[in-house]
Design a protein around this ligand. Structure first.
Ligand SMILES: *Cc1c(COP(=O)(O)O)cnc(C)c1O
Length: 400
């Protein structure tokens, strides 16, 4: 193991601090390292692997398309793109899809669309558009996106930054409304803040944001890149909150853990502002991505994964709640997604993740004392119970 890690570290830019295991294969909720040890994957690539590793239907879709054609660029039509955007629009209840690749690209694209909508439809004065975001946000790593981050590590030495953003406290609808002026084109929010530690806003927050943005003729852009596509027991966390945003930003699980696929999904009155030549991507909408993305949408269209995440999530949250006061100081989350605050006098989140790894459970810490659990939705009930048993055992050892 050490050799393989050293070989990688000799030549890889050190922008991550991975746990010391080297994965060789994955199937369902499990991965196996190069020495044959198995681990239950409770990170699922930050929810990009919602449907599990090597899902047979997704692999079939990818294999079939690999043998046909994989990249055309959008200079030509390809026969996979139409069926994909039709299916995704129907899943989201919208009528237009802008296909991209990574999550950050979907966010950048949403920002560009909102600005163009502001100037061309709302009538905002040239170059004056502002977008309201929330403190503690995570929307990706490009210069414009880190321009409105408040994470010092994400920003230090990467300036100068892109202007045009205003940040307000997350969960505070009054502060959001007060920040709106005649130049505001959009509000960009995560319905649940994932990287911040699975922060769930008050139940009336997203409905209030919907109401405020509608009254002020401001777009509501929901970044569902991590919260969407089954994780929270619904197709979108906005469904759980009973709201419909103007634009959904999707990514991560949309590629089935096989290829990067992201999208901006909305209606023609907004996404229709884009004209040929104004935005693009060489790989966006490629036939391989479209074939896999359509297979993902077909899995979600059954509702089975959303129902399973809901059912397993109730089980997981009931058990995690019982750990409060026994090494855990707080638990949050919706569906099969939990942020667990470890008692900081016991250990750091990282130390807990290392101990979990020794016991065969992979999880990831965030912001020092928090660990998150987000296993693939295909995880079995006994495996999920076993993972929580391991967390319980790690905490018991630390408290002993
Ligand atoms: C991961 C994530 C992104 C960025 O996605 P990448 O594919 O890493 O660029 C954006 N928004 C949210 C909410 C995310 O969780």
């Amino acid at each position: 193991m050490r050799d393989a890690i050293e070989r990688e570290e000799a030549h890889i830019a050190a922008n991550y601090a991975p746990l010391p295991l080297v994965v060789a294969t994955g199937e369902g909720a499990w991965v196996t390292d190069i020495e044959g040890k198995r681990y239950l994957d409770c990170l699922a690539a930050y929810s990009a692997v919602n449907f599990g590793h090597s899902h047979p239907l997704l692999l079939d879709a990818a294999r079939a398309q690999l043998a046909r054609v994989t990249l055309t660029s959008r200079a030509f039509h390809n026969d996979q793109l139409g069926p994909f955007v039709t299916a995704l629009a129907a899943l989201a209840g919208k009528d237009m899809v802008l296909p991209m690749n990574t999550g950050a690209e979907a966010v950048e694209s949403g920002i560009k669309v909102a600005r163009a909508w502001g100037y061309r439809v709302k009538g905002v004065a040239a170059d004056r558009a502002t977008i309201i975001v929330a403190d503690g946000n995570f929307h990706g790593r490009t210069i414009s996106i880190v321009s409105f981050s408040d994470d010092p590590d994400a920003r230090a030495d990467f300036g100068p930054f892109t202007p045009g953003f205003r940040s307000v406290p997350y969960g505070d609808a009054a502060a959001l409304e007060a920040a709106i002026d005649e130049n505001t084109v959009a509000v960009l929010l995560e319905p649940i803040q994932g990287e911040a530690g699975i922060l769930v806003p008050p139940a009336d927050y997203l409905p209030a944001v919907r109401d405020i943005t509608t009254r002020h003729n401001v777009l509501f852009i929901a970044d569902e890149i991590q919260s969407g596509l089954g994780r929270t027991g619904a197709t979108f966390q906005c469904d759980n909150a009973g709201v419909v945003p103007d634009l959904y930003l999707l990514g991560k699980a949309l590629g089935g853990g096989i290829v990067p696929v992201s999208a901006v999904v909305g209606n023609r009155d907004v996404l229709g502002v884009l004209q040929p030549g104004q935005h693009g991507s060489t790989f966006g909408g490629n036939p391989l991505a479209a074939a896999v993305g359509r297979a993902v949408v077909e899995l979600l269209a059954t509702g089975d994964y959303q129902a399973r995440a809901r059912m397993l999530g109730e089980r997981m949250h009931a058990r995690l709640g019982a750990l409060v006061g026994r090494g855990v100081v707080g638990v949050r989350g919706v569906g099969l997604w939990a942020g667990i605050d470890i008692d900081p006098s016991l250990a750091t989140g990282r130390a807990v993740c290392e101990l979990l790894m020794e016991r065969g459970v992979l999880a990831k810490d965030t912001h020092g004392a928090t660990i998150r659990l987000a296993p693939p939705i295909v995880v079995s009930e006994p495996d999920l119970d076993w993972a929580i048993d391991q967390l319980e055992a790690v905490l018991a050892d630390l408290r002993a």
